[in-house]
Design a protein around this ligand. Structure first.
Ligand SMILES: [Zn+2]
Length: 130
């Protein structure tokens, strides 16, 4: 159930960005989720719908982009992009001495607000939430 505080964090970031973008309603929110994060898309959407009621972000469409983790082999230097479930040894040499990096990301990549003239306005923001 840890999606609730996470979603609250997203909403506050989005609302702040929407205010800075002119206070227009938010149409779309692009989220980045690492493959190793246990965040469940449907839970985030569920909480978001409840929390955003009556705000600029009400009715916004959430878009989720899953990003892979990086595997590095200590034995042979092999590197690869991997997604869950993770391998427990190197695909190149079979060594179990591997390092998994990244894959735990969770942040708002961009929001799109709906302006009165319906012109598209993409607002890049940088607000990493772990
Ligand atoms: Zn290897």
């Amino acid at each position: 159930m840890h999606e609730l505080p996470v979603t609250q964090g997203i909403l506050s970031v989005v609302l702040e960005a929407a205010e800075q973008a002119g206070g227009y309603p938010v149409r779309r929110i692009d989220l980045v989720i690492g493959t190793l994060s246990s965040i469940v898309d449907d839970s985030v959407q569920f909480y978001f719908d409840a929390l955003s009621a009556g705000t600029l972000a009400q009715g916004a469409q959430l878009s989720f982009r899953r990003v892979p983790a990086t595997l590095t082999c200590w034995a042979c230097g092999y590197q690869a992009q991997v997604i869950a479930p993770l391998p427990d040894c190197c695909a190149a040499c079979g060594s179990p001495h591997i390092l998994i990096q990244d894959g735990m990301e969770f942040y708002v990549e961009a929001i799109e607000v709906k302006e009165p003239n319906d012109a598209r306005s993409d607002c890049e923001i940088n607000s990493h939430q772990q």
